[in-house]
Design a protein around this ligand. Structure first.
Ligand SMILES: Cc1cc2nc3c(=O)[nH]c(=O)nc-3n(C[C@H](O)[C@H](O)[C@H](O)COP(=O)(O)OP(=O)(O)OC[C@H]3O[C@@H](n4cnc5c(N)ncnc54)[C@H](O)[C@@H]3O)c2cc1C
Length: 375
């Protein structure tokens, strides 16, 4: 049994947000900004945020030229432009929220490299025209002079650059958001794994397991922001299906005379890399084994890590003799079939918010705004 003190001061809340990643913490902040004085609790099962938000590549991106061209084919120019607008707005909101905090933001531009005559290369003007109302003319331009300057292999035949993409430090970003949340009185509890949510009609009972014991927190409303782990807690026929996708990453030791700067996309976004100071972060390779990579496991695998290493040595850093790998990890993305995020109610007092589709840095703030206005 809980004590009176535990129950009244710790186990009741106006809003419980489950999941302390970019979507969850931003939703909590967004809600408190418009509901000063309300009691908001964020429950995170890890001791630190343990989902995609602190295991990603830190691209502040809005879509590469091949990706936007493919979206135009898939959904038409107007819808493709709307999505770019959503990402750009989300990035602006995120930066405004973190203004003054060190999130490691580096304005070095974004790039897409090609080793073949990809059809998107003939569509740069079309893509530029499509998004000109958002970013002005010529968001993307061919800059083949950078292929040699950055030290890529001669297998790279074309490089497209945009000045509107940037990189950031994902650890510092989430930490800044947690600090902003705490500063605004939001109660973040770590090591708190939610095992069940039960909407009773009048309120929601959130059953939490910790290393030490189990508790039930009673909330007026709940937002479920556990990304790929949402299906473990709620099921609804109204909610789009969620497909988990593992993303594997490696980071090198510092490299002498590293030339490349900024973020880079390759093979329709299945590979991505960037400089991290004097190191290189490289991730991707899900397309090598889609079935095995449809998992929430955070284990790395030998075949994908070797493929990443080969790409690193042969394509990205052919002039570097000594490359040592300092970090390897994996994280889980959540994909929807439409490639669109989803924010909706699954019961009178439970809202779900997910589906960043591998672009949570840009989309999480807009998703959070939608979720908090629904409360
Ligand atoms: C390898 C990789 C690279 C990526 N690169 C980029 C990039 O460069 N740019 C970009 O924009 N996006 C990138 N992404 C995607 C981006 O990281 C995600 O879209 C974003 O972090 C999703 O945020 P989220 O809050 O929805 O989910 P998450 O960050 O996964 O947060 C969910 C949280 O819920 C917690 N949780 C789960 N179950 C429970 C439970 N039962 N009880 C309590 N807590 C629970 C988890 O521990 C986790 O902290 C990448 C993703 C990966 C995996």
């Amino acid at each position: 049994m809980q004590s009176f003190w535990e129950q009244t001061s710790w186990l009741e809340a106006d809003l419980v947000v489950i999941g302390g990643g970019l979507v969850g913490i931003s939703t909590a902040i967004s809600f408190i900004e418009n509901n000063l004085g309300k009691k908001v609790v964020v429950l995170e099962r890890g001791l630190v945020p343990s989902g995609a938000s602190t295991r990603n590549a830190g691209f502040a991106c809005f879509g590469s030229v091949s990706e936007i061209a493919s979206d135009i084919d898939l959904m038409g120019a107007d819808r493709a432009r709307d999505i770019v607008q959503q990402r750009i707005d989300g990035l602006a909101l995120l930066r405004a929220r973190c203004k003054g905090a060190d999130i490691g933001y580096q304005d070095d531009g974004g790039h897409e490299i090609f080793c073949d005559n990809h059809p998107a290369l003939a569509r740069i003007e079309e893509v530029n025209d499509c998004i000109a109302p958002i970013l002005g003319n010529n968001a993307f331009a061919i800059r083949n002079d950078l292929i040699r300057a950055y030290g890529f292999s001669s297998a790279v035949t074309t490089l497209v650059r945009t000045p509107f993409e940037a990189t950031l430090d994902s650890g510092k970003l989430v930490r800044s958001l947690w600090n902003i949340a705490s500063y605004n009185g939001i109660d973040i509890r770590t090591g708190a794994e939610v095992v069940e949510v039960d909407d009773t009609g009048g309120c929601v009972n959130v059953h939490v397991r910790t290393h030490h014991n189990a508790h039930t927190i009673t909330a007026q409303q709940v937002v479920l922001a556990t990304n790929a782990w949402i299906p473990g807690l709620v099921a609804s026929s109204h909610m789009p299906a969620i497909r988990p996708g593992r993303g594997q990453v490696l980071v090198t030791e510092p490299l002498r005379n590293l030339a490349l700067r900024g973020s880079f996309h390759f093979d329709e976004g299945f590979y991505y890399f960037r400089n991290l100071g004097d190191r290189v972060l490289l991730g991707g390779g899900r397309n090598l084994d889609f079935e095995a990579e449809t998992t929430t496991s955070h284990e790395t695998t030998e075949p994908i890590q070797s493929a990443l290493e080969s790409m690193l040595r042969d394509l990205i850093l052919p002039e570097h003799q000594e490359i040592a790998i300092a970090y390897r990890w994996a994280g889980t993305m959540a994909f929807t079939t439409s490639k669109q995020p989803y924010v909706g109610r699954v019961s009178p007092s439970i809202v779900v918010a997910f589906g960043c589709n591998g672009m949570g840095v840009a989309l999480s703030s807009s998703i959070a705004t939608s979720a908090s206005t629904m409360l």
